[in-house]
Design a protein around this ligand. Structure first.
Ligand SMILES: CC(C)(COP(=O)(O)OP(=O)(O)OC[C@H]1O[C@@H](n2cnc3c(N)ncnc32)[C@H](O)[C@@H]1OP(=O)(O)O)[C@@H](O)C(=O)NCCC(=O)NCCS
Length: 177
């Protein structure tokens, strides 16, 4: 049975094993990897520094860099094994309204197709309610069937499909809380 844990440096080895399953440099939605752009996550020191950046992003009393929003990050963990990540942005800016939504998630390739993302989204929706959000926006690329099904499993209502570049369209869903 998976659980949601706040990021922890304790899972460094498991996180590295998960990263090795992704193509090099792949974007992992909902992981906050962008915050680690200047860090070498192979080293325990930089990994711990990234974990700290993930943790403090939820502190609404702290200012954030331009373009960033306050967000809570969780890792999806089972028997101390990192399976993936999910984050909840406390509010959306224009970029997130158009493209990213309130919630992002990724599951490591070896853990896919067994309900992990569907479970994790279900576990985060009550956390969004605790932030007094009345509805949350979720988006996925058109063609990302697994993500669309994850959202639809939680009664996501499709608002529109928005072109964001000549080749990419975003499906934008709202889930009422
Ligand atoms: C999208 C993603 C998070 C799904 O994770 P997952 O744990 O495999 O999802 P689940 O097992 O909960 O499955 C969710 C639904 O997708 C379906 N599904 C899973 N993999 C699929 C695939 N490769 N093709 C089609 N459907 C798929 C499942 O059958 C399930 O639908 P159902 O409930 O109707 O049967 C995972 O594929 C991933 O990390 N992808 C890369 C990152 C990403 O796209 N993140 C989302 C960005 S919006």
């Amino acid at each position: 049975m998976p659980e949601l844990l706040l990021p922890t440096a304790r899972l460094h080895a498991s996180w590295l094993a998960a990263r090795a399953e992704w193509p090099a440099g792949a974007h992992q939605d909902g992981t906050g990897l962008r915050l680690a752009a200047d860090l070498d996550l192979d080293t325990p020191e930089d990994f711990a520094a990234w974990v700290e950046l993930l943790l403090v992003q939820s502190d609404r009393t702290l200012p954030l860099p331009e373009g960033a929003v306050h967000a809570t990050h969780w890792w999806i963990v089972e028997d101390d094994e990192y399976l993936g990540a999910i984050d909840l942005r406390h509010y959306v800016n224009q970029f997130l309204y158009d493209r990213g939504g309130h919630i992002g998630y990724s599951v490591r390739p070896s853990a896919r197709g067994r309900g992990v993302a569907t479970w994790a989204l279900g576990a985060v929706l009550p956390r969004a309610q605790e932030l007094s959000l009345r509805r949350v926006l979720l988006t996925c690329d058109e063609g990302n069937v697994a993500s669309a099904r994850t959202i639809e499993a939680h009664d996501g209502v499709l608002e529109d499909v928005r072109p964001i570049s000549p080749r990419v369209k975003k499906r934008r869903y709202w889930i009422a809380l």
